[in-house]
Design a protein around this ligand. Structure first.
Ligand code: SF4
Length: 467
């Protein structure tokens, strides 16, 4: 199983692995010895496509001599490119789109008698194709839980709505049941996944209204209340879901990604503040600080409104860490637009920022604005200036943690130094713990004093290990 892209893809891959295991297959150590190689692809940026084609073409020779082998291309690039995948890589056997992942086994069977098998059906009303398939958590103590697929927004730079369709929320109780099932397997931290989590459930209440379903239909049970109250009121159920998931026995930490600032509501901040398990970390994608560019992106908010929401979040949720996404070089971005971004990013004092160079995607609105593309050298210079601002506030935020006692969930040995353990605080900050056996303490909660800070991680000393 080779996965490219976001956590949604990671979670889809985990569930595809569960599906194939149920067919009696076992994960192979590498694609060089596997009978079935599945690429779960991403198409959010150009280099994701290129990396995928680079890797799948390495299997051309082996596939030519091994008639039992099967190469499956799944995910967003498969949904976007469809048959064109076979043109660029004719040794691929199966192409399966984001809405048909559940049919992988049937497609494998069909490939015994058919060349170039494809299923990119996009029945956007279809519930999540792997809905009833909860993944076996890769990390044992942590798990992704998909709560919604697709997106109803149409950001001008984004391909997601085209390849994942409109928003489809999983039934409320199904999500809570999956979390309960994961907790029974020893998982103590869950991350709720969706393209636009804070609009979770809006489609459910819309569908309820359309179907006029009776008030006791389990699919629409939200915590203790059925969403049948005032049917007229279409509303997201994210705050209800956060509270319900946070109340599951054994779950000590709840995280979520990705919310959309325009749909962020006070009730969600209240649920974060009042549910002890919901962590004090919020990913809040700004994308640009220029109102002109935000409008061109169809983001649906202005810089001032974003900043207001940020202040509201920090006021309601104590000790909240906020991270963000910023795109540099969006078509038409002027020096003034970029200065507005620098100014707002500095004022927001983010705990960290994922900064991206604009990547034109075929099929997106902005991808067609070639006459407004920014010169690469201008983008590179802006990117460096932005990184300077984001790292300065990240480092300042990290320095504020020095001397504090933090609860750390140990994830294992540090990737840099196996003699050091690494884990994360409730604010989702990376901490390295010297002298701790990361392998043995994987999944343990420890109390540690933060003794040093860098822009990207903290150093801690363990005071005590708590089960
Ligand atoms: S909110 Fe915008 S950026 Fe996010 S997935 Fe939807 S269209 Fe893409």
């Amino acid at each position: 199983m080779k996965t490219f892209g976001c956590q949604m893809n990671e979670n889809d891959s985990e569930r595809i692995v569960t599906l194939l295991r149920r067919q009696g297959m076992t994960p192979a150590l590498s694609e060089d010895v596997a009978d079935v190689v599945v690429f779960n692809t991403c198409t959010i940026r150009e280099n994701a496509d290129n990396r995928f084609f680079g890797q799948v073409n390495k299997l051309r020779e082996r596939r030519a001599v091994d008639s039992q082998m099967r190469i499956v291309v799944a995910g967003c690039l498969a949904q976007g490119e469809q048959e064109a995948i076979f043109d660029r890589a004719p040794h691929v056997d199966i192409v399966v789109g984001t809405h048909a992942l559940g049919s992988i086994v049937e497609l494998l069977d069909r490939s015994a008698g058919e060349q170039h098998v494809i299923d990119v059906s996009n029945t956007s009303e279809a519930l999540d194709p792997l809905a009833d398939l909860s993944a076996e958590p890769t990390d044992g103590h942590k798990a992704w839980v998909t709560i919604q697929t697709g997106c109803d927004n149409n950001c001008a730079f984004c391909i997601v709505p085209q390849v994942r369709g409109g928003e489809v929320s999983r039934p409320f109780q199904a999500v809570v049941d999956e979390v309960r099932n994961l907790a029974s397997q020893g998982v103590s931290e869950v991350t709720l996944l969706g393209q636009n989590v804070n609009s979770y459930g809006r489609d459910l209440t819309r569908r309820l209204r359309a179907e006029q379903t009776g008030p006791t239909d389990r699919g629409y049970l939200t915590g203790q209340v059925y969403v049948s109250g005032s049917i007229a009121r279409i509303r997201p159920l994210f705050a209800d879901l956060l509270r319900a998931v946070g109340a599951v026995d054994g779950i000590r930490r709840v995280r979520f990604t990705s919310p959309h600032p325009k749909d962020m509501r006070e009730e969600t901040f209240r649920a974060m503040a009042e549910s002890p398990a919901v962590c004090e970390s919020l990913h809040f994608p700004l994308q640009s600080g220029s109102d002109r560019i935000l409008a061109a992106m169809h983001r649906g908010y202005r810089g001032a409104r974003f900043f207001e929401k940020l202040l509201e979040a920090r006021e309601i949720v104590p000790d909240l860490a906020v991270t963000t996404d910023i795109i540099v070089g969006f078509p038409g971005e002027t020096d003034d637009d970029f200065e507005a971004t620098l100014e707002l990013v500095a004022r927001c004092e983010f705990d960290s920022a994922f900064t991206f160079i604009y990547s034109p995607r075929p099929g997106t609105e902005a991808g067609g604005w070639r006459d407004r593309f920014i010169a690469p050298e201008v983008i590179a210079e802006r990117f460096e200036r932005l990184k300077h601002v984001t790292e300065r506030s990240a480092f300042a935020k990290h320095r504020e943690r020095v001397g504090r006692i933090e609860e750390i969930l140990i994830d294992g040995p540090s990737k840099r130094d196996a003699s050091v353990a690494s884990g994360r605080t409730r604010q989702n900050k990376l901490v390295h713990l010297a002298g701790v056996d990361g392998e043995r303490e994987r999944g343990s909660y420890v109390q540690a004093r933060i003794v040093d800070a860098s822009a990207h991680f903290l150093h801690g000393e363990v005071l005590r290990v708590r089960a």
